[in-house]
Design a binder for this molecule. Structure first.
Ligand SMILES: Cc1cc2nc3c(=O)[nH]c(=O)nc-3n(C[C@H](O)[C@H](O)[C@H](O)COP(=O)(O)OP(=O)(O)OC[C@H]3O[C@@H](n4cnc5c(N)ncnc54)[C@H](O)[C@@H]3O)c2cc1C
Length: 354
C-alpha cells in the first residue's frame, strides 16, 4: 500500500491549486484525474474582473481576493517559467445613453475610484468597436490562460510523481474513521474537486449546484488591435495577432458538453452590435460551470465522514476565487482554521440524508 496524506480527485482549477498548495506544505499527495472528460477549466474564458453586472457590483471579497490572485499567479508564472496571467484590464463601452447615465451615477455614488475610470467618446484606441458614447475602464481585471496553466500544473505534478490519469470509481473507496483506502492507496484524507461531475459523486450529490452551460468561440478578427478585454453583454478577449476568444452563453435547462448553432448565433448577435471589423469563427467550445445556488463555493467535510472533503462550487469565477479559497482550504485542513460560513458546506447539512 502507498501511504499518503491526501488523495485529490480532479485536476481542474480547484484540484490543481489545492494540490499545489498541499505539496508546498510538504504533504504526501496523489492527484487522480480522468483526462477523458470534458471540463469547465478547459473552456473557461479565464476572466477576472472586480466590478461586474448591470449595477457595477464589486465582486464578493474583491479587496481581498484580487491583490491575492495577482501575487499568486505572478509567482506561479515565475516558478513554472511560463506565461498565462494577463492583466489587460477591461473596457465596457456604454451601450446607450440610458446605460451611460446609469453607470455615471453609480460611479459617482459608490467608492469605485480604485477600479473604474471614465473614458471619453470616440477614443482612437477603440476604433475597432462602436464607442460613440465612451465607456468605463476597469483596472485589476484581465484573464488567465487556464488550459495552459493546468498543463503546467500537470507537468509539475508528473515531475513529482504525484499524478495519475485515471477515472476515480467512488464505489471502490473504503472510508473508516482514521483513513480512506482506494485500490493500493491508503490516505488520511480524500478531497473531491470534480467540478460539475460532483453531481455523480455519492458522497456529495446532495449539495445544491445550479449548473450553467456556457459556450464560447475563437475568431480571427480583421485588424483587431484593442489590448483590453471588451465587454458589452458579451466579451472579447484579445489573444494577439487578431485572434480573439469571444463569449459566452448561460443555459440552465439543457446541460451537456455539446456546442450548438443557437449558442454561436446568440454570441454573434451580441458582438455584432459593437464589433466593427469582420471576423471568421475558427473554433467553438462548450462547458458546464459548477455554479451554486447561493453563488458561494462548496468547501468542507462530509457530514458523517471527517476525512472526506469537497472543494468545489467555483461557479463563474474559478480564476478569481480559487487562489484565495485554496489557501483557506489548506489552512482549514492543516491549521484548524475555521472556514468562512458563506463557503462552508455546513450551511447545507440539513439537505443530507442517508
Ligand atoms: C463557457 C465558460 C466560460 C467560463 N469563463 C470563465 C471566466 O471567464 N472566468 C472564470 O473565472 N471562470 C470561468 N468559467 C468557470 C470556470 O471554468 C470554473 O469556475 C472552473 O473551471 C471550475 O473548476 P473546477 O476545477 O471546479 O472544475 P473542472 O474544471 O470541471 O475540473 C474538474 C476535474 O475533475 C475531474 N473529474 C471529475 N470526475 C472525476 C472522476 N470520477 N475521476 C477522476 N477525475 C474526475 C475532471 O476530469 C476535471 O479535470 C467559465 C466556464 C465556462 C463553461
Amino acid at each position: 500500500m502507498k501511504k499518503l496524506d491526501y488523495i485529490i480527485v480532479g485536476q481542474g482549477i480547484a484540484g490543481s491549486l489545492l494540490a499545489y498548495k498541499l505539496l508546498k506544505a510538504d504533504k504526501k499527495i496523489i492527484v487522480l484525474n480522468d483526462e477523458s472528460l470534458p471540463t469547465s477549466s478547459q473552456v473557461a474564458g479565464g476572466i477576472f474582473n472586480p466590478i461586474t453586472g448591470k449595477n457595477l457590483d464589486k465582486t464578493w471579497l474583491a479587496d481581498k481576493i484580487f491583490p491575492y490572485l495577482k501575487d499568486f499567479y505572478l509567482s506561479l508564472e515565475k516558478e513554472f517559467n511560463a506565461t498565462f496571467y494577463h492583466e489587460t484590464n477591461l473596457y465596457r463601452p456604454f451601450a446607450n445613453e440610458e446605460q451611460q447615465k446609469h453607470f455615471m451615477r453609480l460611479t459617482d455614488e459608490y467608492d469605485l475610484g480604485n477600479y473604474i475610470k471614465i473614458i471619453s467618446a470616440n477614443n482612437t484606441e477603440y476604433s475597432a468597436i462602436t464607442n460613440t458614447l465612451g465607456g468605463l475602464h476597469t483596472s485589476f481585471a484581465g484573464w488567465v490562460n487556464v488550459p495552459k496553466m493546468i498543463e503546467n500544473f500537470r507537468i509539475h505534478f508528473r515531475n513529482r510523481e504525484v499524478y495519475q490519469a485515471e477515472k476515480f470509481v467512488h464505489e471502490a473507496l473504503e472510508v473508516s474513521e482514521n483513513e480512506v483506502i482506494y485500490k493500493d492507496i491508503e490516505a488520511k484524507r480524500i478531497i473531491f474537486c470534480e467540478g460539475y461531475y460532483a453531481s455523480q459523486n455519492p458522497f456529495f450529490n446532495w449539495i445544491p449546484f445550479n449548473p450553467a452551460k456556457g459556450e464560447t468561440f475563437l475568431a480571427d478578427v480583421e485588424g483587431y488591435n484593442i489590448a483590453e478585454i471588451v465587454n458589452q453583454g458579451s466579451w472579447i478577449i484579445p489573444l494577439g495577432n487578431g485572434k480573439c476568444r469571444i463569449g459566452s452563453t448561460y443555459v440552465w435547462d439543457k446541460l451537456d458538453w455539446e456546442t450548438t448553432e443557437s449558442g454561436r448565433a446568440l454570441i454573434s448577435s451580441k458582438i455584432d452590435k459593437f464589433l466593427l471589423p469582420s471576423y471568421k469563427i475558427t473554433n467553438q467550445e462548450a462547458g458546464i460551470r459548477p455554479t451554486t445556488k447561493d453563488r458561494r463555493p462548496f468547501m468542507g467535510n462530509h457530514p458523517l465522514h471527517n476525512n472526506v472533503y469537497v472543494f468545489n462550487g467555483l461557479g463563474t469565477k474559478g480564476v478569481s476565487l480559487a487562489p484565495f479559497f485554496a489557501e483557506e482550504m489548506l489552512c482549514f485542513l492543516e491549521k484548524n482554521k475555521v472556514l468562512m460560513s458563506e463557503s462552508n458546506i455546513k450551511r447545507f447539512y440539513s439537505l443530507y440524508s442517508l
